[in-house]
Design a protein. Structure first.
Ligand SMILES: Nc1ncnc2c1ncn2[C@@H]1O[C@H](COP(=O)(O)OP(=O)(O)O)[C@@H](O)[C@H]1O
Ligand SMILES: [Mg+2]
Length: 229
């Protein structure tokens, strides 16, 4: 696990603008995300949270301004470099887990290792144990609760030891109890494994699990605050 470089800039945007056709969705966003932070992005539906997450991670291009990811302007990465980053340096967690239904828990995680052709793979059993699912490694996703499926997705994301984990409403499909389990897990990834986390949520109660939050409204950052713990 890479715990060095705490505090260095991983992402830096300046006057970031994103248009969809003629609509300006992100209206000049300047933020810096440092290694070791756990940032929640909150804001009403349609405020641009998902778009911002995708632009920060290089999944979506941008229209104007600057976005630096690992100290390099994102639009100067080649497609091949971006796809390598996604496999090796960046992890994604989505609201609906995106597991492959006809593969077991173990195979879902293994597939990420195979696809990444990475040289810093974590051990699959150890990673499943870390998220509390080692006893379920031969189960299929449909045999698991939503919260457990999300933990498989988190194991799949951890397996290539990413520097940054991006999560888009990871508890959006879960009841309160499972939501808290997942948020506690993200907090452990941040505190124990020193993962940098950028997590979108519409639930302001989830802010307390992180170290900082951004409040987005209509494509503008209205608040950027540290969380007092
Ligand atoms: N692919 C797209 N094409 C056109 N408009 C889009 C697209 N994706 C998002 N938008 C628009 O951008 C705005 C912000 O969307 P989004 O980032 O998904 O917000 P949030 O995640 O905060 O709900 C919305 O008005 C949405 O309709
Ligand atoms: Mg969204």
């Amino acid at each position: 696990m890479n715990v060095r470089g705490i505090g260095m800039n991983l992402i830096e945007t300046k006057d970031l603008i994103k248009n969809f056709n003629t609509t300006e969705v992100l209206k000049g966003i300047s933020i810096t995300i440092k290694k070791g932070e756990f940032i929640s992005i909150i804001g009403p539906s349609g405020s641009g949270k998902t778009t911002l997450l995708y632009v920060l991670s290089g999944l979506e291009d941008y229209s104007n301004g600057s976005v630096k990811l690992f100290n390099k302007e994102v639009n100067t990465y080649t497609d091949k470099e971006i796809s390598k980053l996604r496999q090796r340096n960046i992890g994604f967690i989505f609201q609906f887990y995106n597991l492959i239904p006809n593969l077991t828990v173990y195979e879902n995680v293994l597939l990420a290792v195979v696809l990444a052709t990475s040289d810093h793979k974590n051990n699959i059993d150890q990673t499943l144990d870390y998220v509390g699912l080692l006893n379920y490694k031969n189960h299929y996703p449909s045999q698991l609760s939503g919260g457990m499926q999300q933990r498989v997705a988190i194991a799949r994301c951890l397996i290539n030891d990413p520097d940054i984990i991006f999560a888009d409403e990871p508890t959006g499909n879960l009841d309160n109890k499972n939501s808290l389990v997942i948020m506690e897990l993200f907090k452990r990834l941040n505190q124990e494994l020193k993962k940098t986390i950028v997590l979108v949520t519409h639930n302001e109660e989830m802010i307390r699990f992180g170290t900082r939050y951004l409040k987005l409204t209509d494509g503008v950052v209205l608040a950027d605050e540290q969380v007092i713990r």
